[in-house]
Design a protein around this ligand. Sequence first.
Ligand code: CA
Length: 231
Amino acid sequence: MPAQTILVAEDEKDIRDLLAFNLKREGFAVLEAGDGNDALHLAGERRPDLILLDIMLPGLDGLSVCKALQREESTAGIPVIMLTARGEEVDRIVGLELGAADYVLKPFSVREVILRIRAVLRRGVSGGGGGHVLRCGGISLDVERHTALSGNIPLPLTMTEFRLLEDLLRHKGVARSREQLLDAVWGYSFEGYARTVDTHVRRLRGKLGPAAEYIETVRGLGYRAQERTRP
Ligand code: CA
């Protein structure tokens, strides 16, 4: 199996070198970018398996890079882990709402970063099950090809929205709590961020259009994908 490639986007050379060195030692192939535009360019050109993206980057900052990656069909499926300094509370949340798979606070331990990377990559692979297509109402989700359709119309989902919809469809007819969804989509539940789930469900429903009716709110608990027969 070829090495998985990580793009490290960080302008501070010491940190970039430290990450690159350790990632290589862990068996990853590493691409490096020192500013936002380079990061975007490399992501599009080389399609890494994961991007470590610092928020404070010269040129295009990390949040703008993240948005741009999500907008582009060829890069929208690449998981992004944001690197952020303490105190950037707002940026942290915004980062997740932008569709980042996870974030790591600076200063970080290299060990922690690598654990997060492995967790995110595992999430990406484990769901597979070989060309599996999940359906509910008019929604169909091809997990392996990472495509989502409402009827025949492609849905421009971010990676987070895709994973959220995937989890709900895998448990069709079953109520999923916000904690279960956090755990399934982000890999762990972090206290106080349950409303992040609500934000993503709201956006997901917006993109689903009429098919949003298949995602029901379960009061006091969370959400459920449910086939309905229209009256
Ligand atoms: Ca930086």
